[in-house]
Design a protein around this ligand. Structure first.
Ligand code: F6P
Length: 343
C-alpha cells in the first residue's frame, strides 16, 4: 500500500506528532510507503513531495510547526484542481491521501472525495472549531500560551492600575479566549459567538474599580465583533483562497473605546502567532499521536471520506460531512461559567 499525507491551513503544535504516528505505524505494521506532500494542497497540485521514512520522522515529536510545510492553497480554486490532484496520486501509485487540516483543508478533502478520490481527514486547529470531534490538537498548547501571558499581564496591570486587553486567536469560535480567560481569571471575555456592547464592557470595568480593584484584564478573540451600531467595525482586508479575511486589530480599537468610556489607562497585547508556534503540550502530543495512528488504520481499511475524531475520550472515525456540517462554537452555558466572574 502507498499513502500520501499533507498538512494544510494554519499550522499548529502537534502536526509532526500526527505525521510520525502515520509513518511509524504505516511502515512498521502495514509495510506501506508514505509520501509527504509539500505545503498543503499545493503539493499534489504541483507534484511537490518527498518519501517519508522511519528515519525522516525521528526526533519530530516535540517539534512545533510541520516538517511538510503548509499553505492555504485551495485545490478547488485551482484550474483543473481535482484532475491535477487525481493525476498526481495516480502517478505516485497512491492508494489514498490523508489530509491533516481544519475546516478549509477538510472541506477540500470532502469535495475531492466526492469527486472520486480516496481521501480521509485528520482534524487540527488551535481554534478547536472543527465539528464532529470534542477537541482538536494544538488547542491545548494555544490555551497554555495564552494563559501564561494573562498571568504575566495580571501582575503588571495591577502594579500600574491599568486595564490590559489581550487579543488571542479565534476566527469563528472563542474557545481560546474562553479557556485562557477562565484559567487566567479574566474580568471580561469577548468571543465571536456573542457580539459585545462596549458600554457594557466599560460598565463592568467601572464596577470593579468601585470595588477597589484598579486594574482589569479583558481577553478578546480576534474574530469578536461589536453589536451593530455600538462601535465602528473592521473594514474589509486581504482574503485568502478560502475567502477568509485576515483578522487582527480588535484589541487596539477596543483600547481607545474603553479608555474613553472609563477614563482609565488601557493598553493592548496581541498574542498572534506566538499561540501557534513552539513545542506542543504533552496533551497535544498524545492526542495528535492517537489521531495519526487512527488515520493510518482507517487508510489501511480503506475508510475514505471519513475523519478521525475524539469523542468522549475515545478515538472514532466519523463522516467528513458530519464533521463539516456545523462548526463547533462556544455554547451559551459554557460562556456563563466565565461570565460569573466578570466585573
Ligand atoms: O485557523 C487558525 C488561525 O490561527 C485562526 O485563529 C486565525 O484567524 C488564522 O489561523 C490566522 O491565519 P494566518 O496565520 O494565515 O494569518
Amino acid at each position: 500500500m502507498r499513502f500520501g499525507v499533507l498538512t494544510g491551513g494554519g499550522d499548529c503544535p502537534g502536526l509532526n506528532a500526527v505525521i510520525r504516528g502515520i509513518v511509524r505505524k504505516g511502515v512498521n505494521e502495514y509495510g506501506c510507503a508514505i509520501v509527504g506532500f509539500r505545503d498543503g494542497w499545493r503539493g499534489p497540485l504541483e507534484n511537490q513531495y518527498e518519501e517519508l521514512t522511519i528515519e525522516s520522522v525521528r526526533g519530530i515529536l516535540p517539534r512545533g510547526g510541520t516538517i511538510l510545510g503548509s499553505s492555504r492553497t485551495n485545490p478547488m480554486k485551482a484550474d483543473d484542481g481535482v484532475e491535477r490532484v487525481g493525476e498526481c496520486m495516480r502517478s505516485l501509485r497512491l492508494d489514498g491521501l490523508i489530509a491533516i487540516g481544519g475546516e478549509d483543508t477538510l472541506g477540500a478533502a470532502k469535495r475531492l472525495n466526492e469527486a472520486g478520490l480516496n481521501v480521509l481527514g485528520v482534524p487540527k486547529t488551535i481554534d478547536n472549531d472543527v465539528g464532529g470531534t470534542d477537541l482538536t490538537f494544538g488547542f491545548d498548547t494555544a490555551v497554555q500560551v495564552a494563559t501564561e501571558a494573562i498571568d504575566r499581564l495580571h501582575t503588571t496591570a495591577e502594579s500600574h492600575h491599568r486595564n490590559l486587553i489581550v487579543e488571542v486567536m479565534g476566527r469563528h469560535a472563542g474557545w481560546i479566549a474562553l479557556w485562557s480567560g477562565i484559567a487566567g481569571g479574566a474580568d471580561v471575555i469577548l468571543i465571536p459567538e456573542r457580539p459585545f456592547d462596549v458600554d457594557e464592557v466599560a460598565a463592568l470595568i467601572k464596577r470593579r474599580h468601585g470595588r477597589g480593584r484598579y486594574f482589569s484584564i479583558v481577553v478578546v478573540a480576534e474574530g469578536a465583533l461589536p453589536k451593530e451600531g455600538t462601535m465602528a467595525t473592521i473594514g474589509e482586508g486581504k482574503t485568502d483562497e478560502f475567502g477568509h479575511v485576515r483578522l487582527g486589530g480588535i484589541g487596539q480599537r477596543l483600547e481607545r473605546e474603553i479608555e474613553e468610556r472609563t477614563g482609565y489607562e488601557t493598553r493592548t497585547t496581541v498574542l498572534g502567532h506566538v499561540q501557534r508556534g513552539g513545542t506542543p503540550t504533552a496533551f497535544d502530543r498524545v492526542l495528535a499521536t492517537r489521531f495519526g495512528i487512527a488515520a493510518i488504520d482507517a487508510a489501511a481499511r480503506g475508510e475514505w471520506g471519513k475523519m478521525v475524531a475524539l469523542r468522549s475520550m475515545k478515538i472514532e472515525v466519523v463522516d467528513l460531512s458530519d464533521a463539516l456540517e456545523n462548526l463547533r462554537t462556544v455554547p451559551e452555558e459554557e460562556y456563563s461559567t466565565a461570565s460569573a466572574f466578570f466585573g
